[in-house]
Ligand binder design. Structure first.
Ligand code: ZN
Length: 131
């Protein structure tokens, strides 16, 4: 397993980590298999979506803010309940097939680390399985 370090720079942001994950795939030398991506945090997640037009990521963040406002009478004493809820909505892991030594992503797809309580130092764990 490879542990990628990602420094986030905003309170909430989607950071395109496709290139970093692709580097792990290349360095593994695996031609066919699966790439597991796992985020070991409770206020950050990981998601696949369009990384061509950056306004898509902005719209996702805006929509999440509407669905899960920062203040809404939450009980969690740390004060970041919205970040926990958003992280669960995004999910903490995903799997991408490896084909021909590269991530087999759709034309417009990219892998995003979803930060909801930054800025912080985050980790993304990547496991490559041949087969
Ligand atoms: Zn908390």
């Amino acid at each position: 397993m490879i542990r990628l370090q990602v420094r986030t720079s905003a309170h909430a942001e989607l950071i395109d980590i496709t290139g970093e994950v692709q580097d792990v795939v290349r360095q593994s030398g695996v031609q066919q298999g699966v790439c597991h991506v796992f985020v070991p945090h409770t206020t950050a997640g990981v998601t696949l979506n369009e990384n061509c037009d950056p306004t898509v990521a902005e719209d996702i963040l805006m929509a999440l803010d509407k669905v899960v406002p920062w203040r809404a009478g939450y009980r969690h004493a740390e004060g970041n309940a919205a970040a926990h809820v958003k992280a669960s909505l995004m999910g903490n892991s995903l799997t991408v097939f490896i084909r021909g030594g590269s991530l087999a992503l759709g034309t417009w797809q990219g892998i995003f680390l979803a930060e909801f309580d930054g800025p912080r130092q985050r980790q993304v764990w990547v496991k490559i399985v041949s087969g």
